[in-house]
Write a protein that binds this ligand. Structure first.
Ligand SMILES: O=C(O)CCC(=O)C(=O)O
Ligand SMILES: [Fe+2]
Length: 249
């Protein structure tokens, strides 16, 4: 059944499934990827005497979808094993009454696998096997708004409109140049781990500014400040009496 035809209050986030999948399956994915987003896809009901799903490979719905999650609801059945194959490996998830070998079948059971693995569901010989399937997408995780958080419309920020208006003034930095903005928060940018965590680790207004600049197509980089040339500072910062020290206010 397509997700538009049913409603369910099972949430794979609340049960910790998504966190577990993220830790297990994301370990070899590039740094900027910090999480997994699950999108309910469909409900399958396999009923005895002959419900099954022939071998297939799930079609990726986008370039950032790479796993499938199957959640089997607690419902008595026999048969209905989920068989997943990759290269010359075959794994069988048997959650039937006899296959569960003493594990409680009243609990929800789940399996996650890369979408390019061939899989099938063997014939259900007794009862009903009911599963929810989810497409799993890489997401950027906590702390990363850099460019594509579906939950945040960057144009709703006042800052976006201010910066956009400035860029549209014909003589604004007419000869090009660099626009520097001091970060409001401290970052461990001088360590190897700290530098690769940026820009995703930017906080608060630093992240907002980064996101706005990115959305406006500016070429942005995050740099440590070693020395400040006073001639390059704006009026507000001139003649403060301070020697070559970065301003952090
Ligand atoms: O129900 C299952 O265990 C597998 C379902 C499946 O492979 C699918 O919906 O594509
Ligand atoms: Fe499938």
């Amino acid at each position: 059944m397509d997700r538009s035809t049913f409603s369910v209050d099972f949430c794979p986030y609340e049960t910790g499934i998504i966190d577990t999948v993220a830790q297990l399956l994301l370990s070899n994915v590039h740094q900027a990827t910090k999480g997994v987003r699950a999108e309910l896809y469909k409900l399958n009901i396999y009923s005895a005497p002959s419900g099954f799903f022939k071998p297939h490979v799930d079609t990726p719905r986008s370039s950032i979808q790479s796993e499938s999650l199957v959640v089997a609801l607690p419902c008595h059945h026999e048969g209905g094993q989920l068989v997943v194959r990759h290269a010359d490996q075959t794994i069988t998830f048997d959650r039937s009454a006899s296959g569960s070998q003493g594990r409680t079948v009243s609990a929800v059971q789940w399996a996650a696998f890369y979408s390019d693995c061939e899989h099938e569901v063997k014939e259900v010989t007794e009862g009903h096997r009911i599963t929810l399937t989810y497409n799993l997408y890489y997401s950027l995780g906590v702390g990363n708004l850099t460019g594509n958080s579906p939950a945040m419309d960057v144009t709703s920020l006042l800052l976006y409109h201010k910066v956009k208006a400035a860029l549209e003034i014909p003589n604004f930095m007419a000869n090009g140049g660099f626009l520097g903005i001091y970060c409001q928060h401290a970052y461990a940018h001088s360590t190897d781990e700290g530098i690769v965590a940026l820009p995703e680790a930017l906080k608060g207004t630093d992240m907002a500014i980064y996101t706005v600049f990115l959305a406006l197509g500016l070429d942005i980089s995050i740099r440590g400040v070693l020395k400040v040339d006073k001639e390059m500072m704006y009026d507000d910062h001139q003649n403060t009496g301070e020697e070559d020290s970065p301003q952090h206010d």
